[in-house]
Design a protein around this ligand. Structure first.
Ligand code: ZN
Length: 293
């Protein structure tokens, strides 16, 4: 393992021991639903701890959120319709989540910080945020930074980008998600069998592929991107998205984790879906956000 991979994994374990993560990863309920037509197994996860992420009282009680945070000093993006402070600006994290351990990174010429996601979805799940408060919009820097991070981690950490309104709920601050877990889509044989539009390309082609999709309709078109595979020759998964098709009936918002085959359920009224979903339910959820060709 590289130094960075070791640092990230040990920091995640430390944050778990310190009670910064909302639950420990040992007891996660999971269902794998093999899909004979697509040739992979969809993965469903029951993660009720995620519901606590909006529970201010409980977050304060656990020391994840500083009860004495000074609201007046928090940085807010004027475009945020609900006037929330930016959850990804370092100054805000220092004030609101002083127990979050931030790891400085330098990716493709820019500074970033990695912090364990306390409402984690995958094991060793970090959010990697730009040191600057800059938009989440797709640019060629994004692929370069993601590949740089993938290589620096020795290929241990998969790197994911969610376009604004295509999984990214904070469109004002550039960020990625990383995890050591393998995604169901990585077992795919033939791209054309996947329920949504996906291109698997090498790192040199990826930026142009994403830009070719977004270019004709930048108001609506988005991408999700995953970097995985061999560290010396990573595979870039570019998923075509359209912000008008951001939700699936059986799942709600569909982000990068879902597009890669992981369907995460946490709300009490979705327990029945987690229990009864078939491979067809999962496949349909992904097909529902497939853009019109
Ligand atoms: Zn910010």
């Amino acid at each position: 393992m590289t130094n960075l991979a070791t640092t990230l994994e040990s920091t995640w374990r430390l944050q778990e021991d310190e009670g910064f993560l909302l639950s420990d990863p040992s007891g996660v309920e999971e269902r794998t639903l093999p899909d004979p037509d697509v040739g992979i197994g969809w993965r469903l996860r029951w993660m009720p701890h995620r519901e606590l992420r909006a529970n201010t009282v409980e977050l304060e009680r656990r020391g994840i959120l500083n009860p004495d945070r000074r609201h007046e000093i928090l940085i807010r993006d004027p475009r945020d319709p609900s006037g929330r402070h930016c959850f990804l600006c370092k100054e805000n994290i220092t004030e609101c989540n002083p127990r979050e351990r931030l790891i400085p990174l330098h990716l493709a010429g820019r500074d970033y910080l990695a912090g364990a996601n306390f409402a984690w979805i995958e094991r060793n799940h970090f959010t990697v945020m730009a040191a600057e408060h800059v938009d989440q919009d797709f640019t060629s820097h994004i692929i370069d930074a993601m590949v740089d991070l993938y290589r620096q981690s020795g290929g241990s950490f998969r790197v994911m980008y969610n376009g604004p309104q295509a999984g990214a709920t904070i469109p004002w601050h550039l960020h990625y998600q990383i995890t050591t877990e393998r995604f169901p889509v990585e077992d795919l044989g033939d791209d054309s069998r996947y329920p949504t539009m996906l291109w698997r390309v090498d790192t040199a082609e990826a930026s142009a592929m994403a830009s070719d999709w977004i270019g004709p309709d930048p108001e609506h078109r988005r991408v999700n991107v995953l970097i995985a595979g061999e560290v010396d020759r990573p595979t870039v998964y570019v998923f075509a998205r359209d912000r008008r098709r951001s939700r699936a009936k059986s799942k709600g918002l569909m982000g990068g984790f879902e597009i890669c085959g992981d369907l995460i359920y946490s709300e009490p009224d979705t327990r029945v879906i987690f229990d009864t979903a078939t491979f067809e339910t999962a496949r349909k959820a992904i097909a529902e956000v497939r853009p019109e060709d």
